[in-house]
Design a protein around this ligand. Structure first.
Ligand SMILES: *Cc1c(COP(=O)(O)O)cnc(C)c1O
Length: 479
């Protein structure tokens, strides 16, 4: 790979800055281990690397792991050599059940599905978390240090993160989920992993309550003084970075750099769709990104009306999108609004107080260049699920169906291919699939005897103190 080697020699170490402008600049290793920035903001690269048309054309036909090296090399420069990155990508993507890692399926002349669920826990979060687990292990062994991962999950992040770090050196993981609000498959994928470094915690409360506790622990000086606390939710930059890769994989398959492509992305925390924004910044010709939400539609209201205000969470058949606050939206507001950390810090602090804010004109105009949005209620989701089955013979999961609903409604130029991200395997949400199609999807054999294995979890009341005391008692002290 002569040309690759030459290109990497030119790469300068990437620096990362906080969206709130008041945290130290870090390198890739630093942001991977830090998660949230010390000023409450989120880290982003100081500038976007950009590929030329010929560099994008040269990506066509590469194996997934090799494409991942090309796309991510500029972001890890200064912390990992290209060969180290290649080793990690081969290990992470070697665990996928499909050789293409993220295969593309055609539904009709215009509509496509990108299957992101061939990893160990059947949702797209494996694509990023399998790599993140290896990055943690690499950087911790360099520093001879330990990491206490605290996470909140509405289902899929938890199982993917636990699978990615179970049994790994130097890492403990404490995963909070809202009791009774994740599916049986999701819960069992977390609680049946028997490794001494894995702690599952069911709390009395919602996902947002769990997320708020996690955020509070990051700001708890007593806890951060005793433990190196790390994050696996999509506030972690390394996760978003890994997701940029599959946008390029699709783009070059469908004709980039010579032809445009559009994506419809079922969205919760705005991580997956923000990775598409990054791909566009890096030169991929994306005509449009559709932010598809369920009835918990804060993002749809923000993008269509400029109104970013929270309500209460309505539970739906798409639990991984049942949230009110979309953490990664802050990254878009920062980048579209002129990268003014001080102003955004102020805007976010007032949002945290009032639970509501208006987007500025610059933010609205910047976002509308690339993004549009759509919302699907339960009936619309079921209709799209049936459409995929009746018209293309594909059984899809309800989250994917929210995205497909938006894709089918789109008024974009129909000669531009429209790709819906298929974010979970249908067998992860069998009840909703059965209600819509009459078919009950079977779990793939690779998940084994999930329903026969014993579960391990603790139940805690929905108070910060209860969770804090449990973590303090069981985590390994900072090494
Ligand atoms: C996490 C998840 C989403 C939402 O992704 P974000 O990056 O939070 O926007 C959508 N679908 C499924 C199946 C998920 O697990």
């Amino acid at each position: 790979m002569l040309s690759g080697a030459r290109a990497s020699n030119r790469l300068r170490a990437m620096e990362y800055i906080s969206t709130r402008g008041a945290a130290p600049t870090l390198d890739f290793e630093g942001v991977t281990l830090a998660g949230l920035a010390g000023d409450g903001g989120l880290y982003l690269p100081a500038e976007w690397p950009r590929f030329t048309e010929s560099e994008i054309a040269a990506m066509a036909g590469l194996p997934y792991a090799e494409l991942a090296v090309r796309v991510m090399a500029p972001f890890v420069a200064g912390s990992l050599s290209e060969d180290e990155l290649r080793g990690l990508c081969q290990a992470a993507y070697g665990r996928f059940a499909h050789d293409a890692v993220t295969p593309l399926v055609q539904l009709n002349e215009r509509q496509w599905l990108l299957e992101l669920f061939h990893g160990p826990t059947l949702a797209f979060k494996d694509v990023a978390l399998q790599l993140l687990g290896l990055l943690f292990e690499t950087f911790l062994s360099r520093r001879k240090s330990t990491l206490t991962i605290i996470g909140a999950t509405s289902g899929d992040t938890g199982s993917a993160a636990i699978d990615a770090v179970a049994g790994r050196e130097g890492i403990d993981i404490f995963m909070l989920h809202p009791k009774g609000r994740v599916s049986d498959v999701q819960r069992r994928q977390m609680t049946t992993v028997r490794a001494p470094n894995v702690y599952n915690i069911a709390i009395d409360g919602s996902f947002d309550d769990a997320q708020a506790m996690v955020k509070r622990m990051f700001g708890d000086a007593d806890m951060t003084g005793r433990f190196n606390i790390g994050a696996v939710n999509s506030i972690n930059w390394a996760r978003l970075m890994a997701q940029v890769v599959y946008y390029f994989a699709v783009g070059v398959q469908l004709g980039a750099p010579h032809r445009q492509v559009a994506f419809s992305v079922p969205t919760g925390n705005f991580g997956d769709v923000f990775a598409g924004y990054v791909a566009e910044k890096m030169g991929l010709p994306i005509a449009q990104l559709i932010v598809a939400t369920n009835v918990n539609d804060i993002l749809h209201r923000a993008l269509s009306e400029g109104d970013y205000s929270t309500g209460t969470v309505t539970p739906t058949a798409t639990p991984s999108m049942d949230i009110q606050v979309s953490s990664n939206f802050e990254r878009l507001l920062f980048d579209c609004g002129g990268r003014d950390g001080a102003a955004l810090g102020e805007q976010m602090r007032s949002f945290e107080q009032d639970r509501a804010m208006r987007l500025t004109n610059a933010q609205r105009e910047g976002a509308s260049r690339l993004f549009t949005s759509a919302r699907a209620d339960g009936d619309e989701m079921s209709r799209a699920l049936r459409w995929a089955h009746d018209h293309a013979g594909e059984v899809i999961d309800p989250h994917t169906a929210v995205g497909l609903h938006a894709a089918l409604q789109s008024d974009l130029d129909p000669t531009i291919p429209m790709v819906t991200l298929a974010t979970a395997h249908p067998a992860k949400f069998p009840d909703a699939v059965e209600r819509a199609t009459g078919l009950r999807p079977a779990l793939p054999t690779r998940v084994g005897d999930l329903f026969a294995r014993e579960e391990a979890l603790v139940e805690l009341p929905g108070t910060y103190e209860a969770v804090r005391d449990f973590v303090a008692e069981h985590a390994s002290p900072a090494g």
